[in-house]
Design a binder for this molecule. Sequence first.
Ligand code: ATP
Length: 702
Amino acid sequence: MSQQFWKPGSEKPRILEDEEGGVVFFGPSLSSASSSSSRFGYASIGSQRQRLPVYKYRTAILYLVETHATTIIVGETGSGKTTQIPQYLKEAGWADGGRVIACTQPRRLAVQTVASRVAEEMDVKLGEEVGYAIRFEDVTNPAATMIKFLTDGVLLREIMNDPLLTKYSVIMVDEAHERSISTDILLGLLKKIQRRRPELRLIISSATIEAKSMSDFFQTSKKHRGPEDHEFVPKKVPAILSVEGRGFNVHIHYVVEPVSDYVQATVSTVLSIHEQEPAGDILVFLTGQDDIDAAIRLLTEEAHASRKISSGLIVLPLYSSLPRADQDLVFSPTPRGKRKVVISTNIAETSLTLEGVVYVVDSGFSKQQFYNPISDIENLVVVPISKASARQRAGRAGRVRPGKCYRLYTEEYFVNEMSSVGIPEMQRSKLVSCVIQLKALGIDNILGFDWPASPPPEAMIRALEVLYSLGVLDDDAKLTSPVGFQAAEIPLDPMISKMILSSNQLGCSDEIITIAAVLSIQSIWVSGRGVQKELDEAKLRFAAAEGDHVTFLNVYKGFLQSGKSSQWCHKNYMNYQAMKKVIEIREQLRRTALRLGIVLKSCEGDMLAVRKAVTAGFFANASRLEAFSHNGMYKTVRGSQEVYIHPSSVLFRVNPKWVIYHSLVSTDRQYMRNVMTVDPSWLTEAAPHFFQRHRRPDPIVH
Ligand SMILES: Nc1ncnc2c1ncn2[C@@H]1O[C@H](COP(=O)(O)OP(=O)(O)OP(=O)(O)O)[C@@H](O)[C@H]1O
């Protein structure tokens, strides 16, 4: 590594929440751990478990859980919280008598990988004593599962059927620092449940959580119902335990000067590591699929240009919309003499162990959703990460042997400018899905709910308004029957759920679930960089005058007719991975629809039915072309915002008078993505109240 480019961090041991930064070693310098690293790979799983820092705290953890209703555990990344604590609890009898120990994670991938690891450590078959549940996938055996890993979203859904979560004896909310909306709702509900079930134990754990504020949250109680019929009352004041130490050192390196292009800097860093550093896989953190695709292209080109290095590299992407089989590749062993480079979004930031990873390259950025309730616009923007994220990212190295982390920002920036923690998702998101879930859980006074961080009231009001206009809530803000209850059952954005429910009446559910599946992924086309003309020509082959939604149906049909061929995708500038994912999601949606009594029915080419079903869900995203607009300017019906059709849409430059869109993205302007033409009379038909309060569309325009 060139010393002009890289600077090692100032040398001092890392301590918990070390605000001055300067991180070099995470935890005390454990020379014994480092020196034993070569033997680590050959040690039995039992002795590996005993070597983890959390092992020394086993008795303390069990004592605190026994005596306190809530225990907050802060321990370094890799100290063994996620994989070990559920096992300690099981060994201590918390899963006896048919009870279950739950451990939640914010991300699906983490749930699956941690569950497999724990099953391996316990030498049991995954899905039996140790199981997992993620959206659309339940790998548990109700008669046998003692330890269950699940996303916090899935646990929330379980509360709908079992409001007191009676089967669980202990619930561990892991990676609580991420503060996803689901984690926040879960924390508020668990606090409520605890009042009714004093025997329930909670563990809140993370490497980077603010333990004091979490403890304050669990300590302050609005009302307390006494647990008179229980002999032993656990302490209500949460216990805080700090697990010191970690297995292996991670050396942090910073850039000397800020970098101007983090994708290019990532590629150069990966190539330098590959040329100059000993064996070991590399994990790179970028922001999203577009960045990742660009980095992979650059890396492949540059590695090929320098032929001596290209042979040893295996470059793999990792993001949530990647099909399962391709995500699994990331976990497969690296062939001898090769080096794997995994280029990921923050999906790999927490809880994941990629065994071969020795080097981490951290771009310092991630993509986050930001919602403005005044304009009602939600944007996915690239933002600098927090120190908590930076530490989690560095923690992906050094899990099974010492590692290095290359941060593409300066040490000065890390210490003085990077914020300590991120903004909770609840405070920067659209809350439509959150509100419908709370309503389904019987929480009527949403503003008065005990939140770890209150959501902005404007965002709540906006959400209530949308749900009311979708016919999901009634005048008393209660779920309607059957639409409201059914929409709450579908684990998707309520606008999509409403579209699916309407398609049942309109006889086009088969087409609509295809559209819903395509809308769930970022893009089915390859990124246009460098191939824009060819991409536009390919799109024209499928383009429908009605817009993108009907175009998706043409694409899907073509893909099926090709026998789901990758060559066909390549020829048509379509992203093969994305198309495989569409098939996967579509199948999951088909099963969900069936559960709700929706049997798939095709409208056999009647696109009017399809468009009316889309309108039934997305009427609130209607826009009208401004009269005399020469540059394609539209105004949204809801907020009179200036918006334009995104260049990726087949309706770009066509500019029909009335359109509805799926989402907005903001670059130099606000662009509507996935756009469809509508007849304005369908809008008032779909939501008369909504258009009375907003802008009444013109009479029918053909
Ligand atoms: N799939 C795996 N393969 C090999 N080793 C693993 C695997 N999963 C976990 N380990 C080992 O167990 C250690 C502890 O992992 P665990 O996930 O329990 O830590 P943690 O404290 O929860 O970390 P984090 O906060 O980063 O999730 C890892 O550092 C690694 O040594």
